[in-house]
Design a protein around this ligand. Sequence first.
Ligand SMILES: CC(C)(COP(=O)(O)OP(=O)(O)OC[C@H]1O[C@@H](n2cnc3c(N)ncnc32)[C@H](O)[C@@H]1OP(=O)(O)O)[C@@H](O)C(=O)NCCC(=O)NCCS
Length: 189
Amino acid sequence: MSSTRSVAPARTSPGPLTEVTLRDGTAAMIWPLLGTDRDLLRYGFDELSPQSRQQRFLTHLPRLSEGMLRSLVDGVDGVNHLALLLTVLPADGPARPVGVGRLVRYAEDPSAADVAVTVADAWQGRGVAGALLTALLARRPAGITRLRTTVAADNRASLAMLARHGTMTTRRDGFGVLTVEVDDLTPPA
Ligand SMILES: CC(C)(COP(=O)(O)OP(=O)(O)OC[C@H]1O[C@@H](n2cnc3c(N)ncnc32)[C@H](O)[C@@H]1OP(=O)(O)O)[C@@H](O)C(=O)NCCC(=O)NCCS
């Protein structure tokens, strides 16, 4: 996600922007993922550590297949499937995308949505995921009152990030995996 190959492409129509400052003072912008961001996602995934890939997809996944890329990029409709990129603007280097977050409403349970966030390893622990989840929830479609997702039981950062946004409950869902529900979501700003 953070290589020179994935330097933020020029955007003629970036959609709504949110400016944020990370915990270490780095300026960043959050904007919607575009249909042209397929390679950026592919390269970003290739650069993730095996542990981050495993925690994101809960399986051993050496690369993103074309089918997965299609659903992660072309499946974004801006209504029931939102995806946002966080691009850092470091004082000492070029702008680069380092995190992606998505929120997908469950068709069979439209008051609930799944969420997933991935942050380039070198940028973890600085507030990127927290900023992305806050922005996703601020832009969530009307009627979504709950989050439901599956998380590796040892993914403390993910659990901390989710717990901030409502009342969280967890239940075991197979070996080392939790189903997490977050109710009473904080209202959109
Ligand atoms: C999980 C992940 C998205 C977190 O991203 P991040 O940018 O490092 O997270 P943040 O810095 O925003 O921190 C989020 C919360 O976790 C806490 N946290 C961060 N790293 C932590 C760690 N190693 N252990 C415990 N808590 C941690 C932060 O303090 C913060 O809690 P707070 O809001 O109460 O202060 C990131 O580690 C990642 O991409 N992992 C691989 C993919 C993945 O697991 N995705 C999650 C699937 S939903």
